[in-house]
Design a protein around this ligand. Structure first.
Ligand SMILES: [Fe+2]
Ligand SMILES: [Fe+2]
Length: 162
């Protein structure tokens, strides 16, 4: 079984991953409404990945014989702004997730819960990817500037995400 503290941290993170999915779904809708279907598709994939992360955590809680408690998912707020602004917000969101995962990792280490330390390594690696891909997309928007042709090229590229 997980300690009560770790169980609470996992339940909190399950909620945060689902809230992340909700944020990305809102960003996807924003892009669809801005005639950027490639960006919309990329964000929809991202939302699905976040649901996958929540599932992975949820299954682990059960594998350890602990209990899942699902909380309310907050409505995404905010004004997403330009495509670059939206991806900047996504990057900042991922940085917040990374900080949370690292805290959980430190907690697992302090409790000498080696199974949880091992399980969380996947998330640590995943966060490196998440931050890197958001960062690369922001860099592409910086290169494109206000050039509509370049923006459409980026949109096409993001739409090719499998
Ligand atoms: Fe995630
Ligand atoms: Fe993520």
């Amino acid at each position: 079984m997980l300690s009560a503290t770790l169980q609470a941290a996992f339940n909190d993170q399950i909620n945060f991953e689902l809230a992340s999915a909700y944020v990305y779904l809102a960003m996807s809708a924003h892009f669809d409404e801005s005639s950027l279907p490639g960006c919309a598709k990329w964000m929809k994939h991202q939302a699905e990945e976040e649901v996958g992360h929540a599932m992975r955590l949820l299954e682990y809680v059960h594998d350890r014989g602990s209990s899942v408690a699902l909380g309310a998912i907050p409505a995404p707020t905010g004004d997403f702004g330009t495509p670059r602004d939206t991806f900047q917000q996504a990057l900042e969101h991922e940085q917040a997730v990374t900080a949370r995962i690292h805290k959980m990792y430190e907690l697992a280490q302090s409790e000498k819960d080696y199974a949880t330390v091992s399980h969380l390594r996947w998330f640590i690696d995943e966060q490196v990817e998440e931050e890197s891909s958001a960062g690369e997309i922001i860099a592409m928007f910086d290169l494109a500037g206000q050039n509509p042709g370049a923006l459409l090229t980026i949109d096409g590229r993001l739409g090719a995400r499998e």
